[in-house]
Design a protein around this ligand. Structure first.
Ligand SMILES: NC(=O)c1ccc[n+]([C@@H]2O[C@H](COP(=O)([O-])OP(=O)(O)OC[C@H]3O[C@@H](n4cnc5c(N)ncnc54)[C@H](O)[C@@H]3O)[C@@H](O)[C@H]2O)c1
Length: 386
């Protein structure tokens, strides 16, 4: 039995021009079991307080350090239970580390940090403080992606030989940052985005398919990072060939200059006895090709008995009623919520193993290795163990 709604604090994500705070806010309240209680929503104190008022936040703060300190000092009956971090990449580490030290849970946006070193330091703190920590690789919250993971683990396609993972976009095919477009400006700035633009922003999503669905990680890789738009400081195109654990191989591609692409990310996981394929363009369908058999289509719907118990609690609607991106993000909040409630002894469904701090660190190790390889004209680079 749940005792009360969880209380959530948001860092970043405020202001009319900000993008990803709003989907998180919808995801948090979707199931009526959590509420937005506190926020430090923008980088400038006065703007942060104004954004909190505009969003009717019960407790607005001028900055994340004040928020975490003040919330941690409140009695348990009032304090926030976790924070969600939706800032530019350079402002992930600070609030995540402070929240972990204060014993609060965290759902942090990807990429986890701007450097692998920061990611490792954060990992150490999270481990020591033993706090619930999720990383918002949103696509892992799609039930069909979760099903793909369960089918691979259940041996439905045999041993994984190869993974193809892709994430093409086209919105940075021109120099949008020169027009002061907010999301473009910081994504091409190494100080705010990190060492790779396209790779950090969306290559990490594609790589997480390798880890989350296939259950494998890159051991070494060769990469070609390209900057097609003149004068841009970071890559806008990212191509990686990776060797995976257990002798498998992967191609991981991401791009921001594929004119016409609409965030159409997806994967193909190829095993010794079959292939699983998913794409966001048909996100309610998982394709299973088994050798010599007709194509099998798994379709999304709460009533379908082929969803294992581990996924059923994450389906909200019967078939034919699309559940999509917002629900996937809500599922990541759901997993963190159930982890927190479970630790308190409340009776909740078993949380699905959605990405945690180790996946965030692995994403940073992947990006740093790709940057290093590309600088060495595509030489093989071993991934630093996280
Ligand atoms: N998981 C996904 O599918 C997904 C999708 C989009 C963006 N993202 C991630 O979300 C994050 C935000 O991206 P966006 O596109 O919404 O950016 P944005 O520029 O629209 O918003 C960034 C927000 O962070 C705030 N901010 C910056 N520094 C801050 C600080 N020190 N304290 C408080 N607030 C601060 C800004 O004021 C702004 O409101 C990025 O890390 C990005 O990679 C993830």
């Amino acid at each position: 039995m749940s005792q009360r709604r969880l209380r959530v604090g948001m860092v970043g994500g405020g202001g009319p021009a900000s993008f990803f705070g709003a989907p998180h806010r919808r995801g948090i309240v979707m199931d009526n079991s959590a509420e937005l209680t506190a926020g430090a929503l923008r980088s400038q104190p006065a703007e942060a307080l104004a954004a909190a008022r505009e969003l009717f936040m019960p407790r607005g703060y001028p900055d994340w350090a004040t928020m975490i300190q003040a919330e941690a000092a409140l009695p348990e009956s009032e304090r926030i239970d976790y924070i969600t971090i939706v800032t530019t990449n350079d402002a992930h580490f600070g609030p995540a580390e402070a929240a972990a030290n204060a014993g609060l849970g965290v759902l942090c946006e990807k990429p986890l940090t701007t450097t692998l070193d920061e990611a490792r330091r954060l990992h150490a703190t999270v481990r020591t403080r033993d706090i619930p920590f999720g990383v918002a690789y949103t696509y892992t919250g799609f039930p069909m992606v979760m099903l793909a993971r369960e089918l691979v683990q259940g041996g439905e396609i045999g041993e994984v030989r190869k993974v193809e993972a892709w994430y093409p976009q086209g919105w940075l095919a021109t120099k949008l940052e020169a027009e002061n477009q907010k999301q473009a400006s910081w994504r091409v700035d190494p100080a705010r985005a990190g060492g790779s633009g396209c790779g950090g922003d969306i290559g990490t999503h594609a790589y997480e398919f390798v880890r989350f669905v296939a259950g494998l990680s890159a051991t070494r890789l060769r990469a070609r990072l390209k900057t097609f738009v003149p004068g841009r400081a970071l890559d806008d195109d990212f191509t990686v060939l990776a060797e995976l654990s257990h002798g498998a191989i992967a191609t991981i591609t991401a791009s921001q200059v594929v004119i016409g692409a609409q965030n159409d990310n997806g994967f193909r996981v190829i095993g010794t006895t079959g292939t699983l394929e998913w794409s966001i363009t048909e996100h309610g369908v998982l394709k299973h090709y088994a050798g010599g058999q007709p194509l099998r289509l798994y379709r999304q719907g709460a009533e379908y008995g082929y969803f294992p118990e581990s996924i059923k609690p994450y389906l909200r609607l019967p078939s034919g009623h699309p559940e999509g991106f917002h629900e996937a993000l809500a599922n990541l909040h759901r997993t963190l919520e159930w982890t927190i409630r479970g630790r308190r002894g409340e009776k909740v469904p078993k949380p699905f193993p959605h990405p945690g701090i180790a996946d965030g660190v692995a994403g940073m190790a992947f990006v740093e290795a790709a940057v290093a390889s590309s600088k060495q004209d595509g030489e093989w680079v071993s991934l630093a163990s996280s």
